[in-house]
Design a protein around this ligand. Structure first.
Ligand code: ADP
Ligand code: MG
Length: 144
């Protein structure tokens, strides 16, 4: 008998800068997958919110990137990686209500400055790595 664990299920999404029509696709897809796997509704909600906020941030603030979601028997890991322009002051960006979104973006209903705080609140582990001109990497883990 093998003692090897089942390999994680990997979902990959390409996020295009400015693609508001495509916004929410990754979140709704992972939600559907987790429902099919019989995941707890509270876990599904947290993964969906974290993924949605991450993909909207990439659409609004980055030059585009990739979200990879690893579903294993212990947890769900959401890895978000984009190219520039990055976040010069992470501590400031993490504050509730802080947003650099333009008036045009705010008119569309975005830019409340709650995305990063929400992502952190939804996660059991949250890590963000960024800097001016270097792109942004966010890792979130939600335990099962
Ligand atoms: N992927 C990203 N690339 C560049 N800047 C980002 C990214 N995600 C967040 N930011 C910066 O952090 C700020 C706060 O993000 P967030 O809390 O999601 O608020 P909002 O998206 O409503 O502005 C953004 O206004 C932006 O300046
Ligand atoms: Mg946001």
């Amino acid at each position: 008998m093998t003692t090897e664990k089942i390999r994680p299920l990997v979902l990959e999404y390409t996020i295009v800068s400015g693609d508001f029509a495509g916004g929410g696709k990754a979140a709704s897809d992972v939600k559907r997958c987790l429902s099919q796997l019989g995941c707890q509704s509270e876990v599904i909600r947290r993964v969906a919110v974290a993924t949605y906020e991450a993909e909207m941030n990439m659409i609004i603030h980055s030059f585009g990137g990739k979200i990879t979601i690893y579903i294993s028997s212990d947890n769900i890991r959401i890895l978000c990686e984009d190219t520039g322009p990055g976040i010069p002051d992470i501590e400031l960006a993490m504050q509730e209500g802080y947003s650099t979104a333009s008036d045009k973006i705010r008119e569309m209903g975005f830019g409340a400055g709650m995305g990063l705080p929400n992502m952190k609140n939804c996660s059991d582990f949250f890590c963000i790595d960024s800097g001016e001109g270097q792109g942004t990497k966010v890792e979130m883990v939600i335990n099962l």
